[in-house]
Design a protein around this ligand. Sequence first.
Ligand code: ME8
Length: 528
Amino acid sequence: MPPMNAPRHTITTPIYYVNDRPHIGHVYTTTICDIWSRFERLLGKDVFFLTGTDEHGQKVEQSAVARGVSPQALADENCAEFRRVMSLFDITNDEFIRTTDPRHESQVQAFVDRLMDSGDVYLGTFEGWYDAGQEEYYTETKAREVEYLSPISGKPLDRATEENYYFRLSAYQDRVESLFAANPEFVRPEARRNEVLGRLREGLQDVPISRTNFTWGIGVPDAPDHVIYVWIDALFNYITALGLGDPESAWFQSRHEYWPATVQVIGKEILWFHAVIWPALLMALDLPLPKCVYAHSFWISEGQKMSKSLGNFIGLEQLNQYVEAYGQDALRYFFATQGPVGATDSDFSRRQFHETYTTDLVNTLGNCASRTSAMIGKYCEGQCPTDSGACAGGGVEWSQFTGAQVATSIEAMDRFDLAGSTGAAMAIVRRVDAFINDTAPFKLAKDPEQAERVGNILYRCAEAVRIATCLLEAVIPQAAGQLREAWSLGPASGDLADACRWGGLHPGTSIKKVALFPRIETDAVPAG
Ligand code: ME8
């Protein structure tokens, strides 16, 4: 439990389409949000971590027809797969919302009602282009730009003429521009923000918020032929999950203070909806805006874009093989350190995965923890030695050095720099390794007169490894738990900065030998 009055921190993932099964992209976004959530909890924040499934729309209806099942049956089946992701990858979400939940549906209708009353929604005729795969409408200008082909699937856009309800997005041009001018951090990373600013300059046009040519969706209040456009339905999940559309509800009572979100994490392909349409909808409803929309880039696979036609999508089965061979922490560590969190895409390759695991987790962290605890076992009877403070050689001012790395690691995580944060923790471990090699306690231990020095060296090694592990706990919770257990460290304290202060490890503590990361054969996971 976070302390009373702990600062709130709300983090969301996109809600995932149930027309298909989960794949690496879904697992990635969810996992990095899990890492951020865990890290913020370790800092003592009161975190609300939201994820879920996007279950309406033409795509789901069409997939259901193709499978010969009802849309709800397909939604139930694939939603169960997405829920499985949460348990398979030890995701600590606080809520899993489904857009077919009646509590979501009634709130969406209430929001649309409010928008109609305020004049932000009106009935009009849409003429333009439609990307059926993405369920996204394009204006003539934008369609021309993409040569009338979907930038995602490559399939031709459909010409669309429809009587729809429209959201008066054009009325929000100035306010959205001011939002971006006043909040340089509203969209991150910078490259993505610039992309949005470029498109904003072309001018905002009203967007359809209802559809009439299928039925699998939430009905527009008092308009039986219309269902609410899936994107509008989906965006509202972020606030219906907190009960904002129903102030009488239990969800509202216990959760409304978690809005606005601290960060809404998405993939770069759905940036426009989140960076422009979403804040304009919130403005129209007089609701606070999220502090930041963070759009990460894409995983590609063995150098190629993943697509169904190439059949190279990394799905749950394959990810499971990685987890079974290398462990859950290995996948999380790979996502955190090698993932496309910034503005460029990342390649998921077996070779790179194996190398990262072996170099960082086996040879560095695992080896260092095992070496240190083995020596404490051998030379200090398995008890944490005392540090007399005398010089032990090796040229490291440990308190200062780890203090600086801890500050870097915490500050990097605040900027969503997962690799930077993890790197600062691993730098501590690497320094310990070099320190052991430089001071050679295993040689000194042969001389009884050097016992104090050996104790000093080993205390410093163990304490530094403990601090690094505290910083890595959100990324590799299983290994951190193992080390806590073996080194009698007790549970994480909820004040990470304090837990990482030099001297937290008490002399006399029982330190058992740990083997955190086993060495794995190169071809542990079969190709593709
Ligand atoms: O777009 N690499 O759902 P979706 C990294 N329902 N992440 C990827 C990825 C890849 N190659 N491919 C997908 C939808 N993702 C809507 C969202 S939100 C109100 C509605 C991740 O099932 C990334 O987070 O297509 C992307 O935004 C999300 O999956 C899209 O999931």
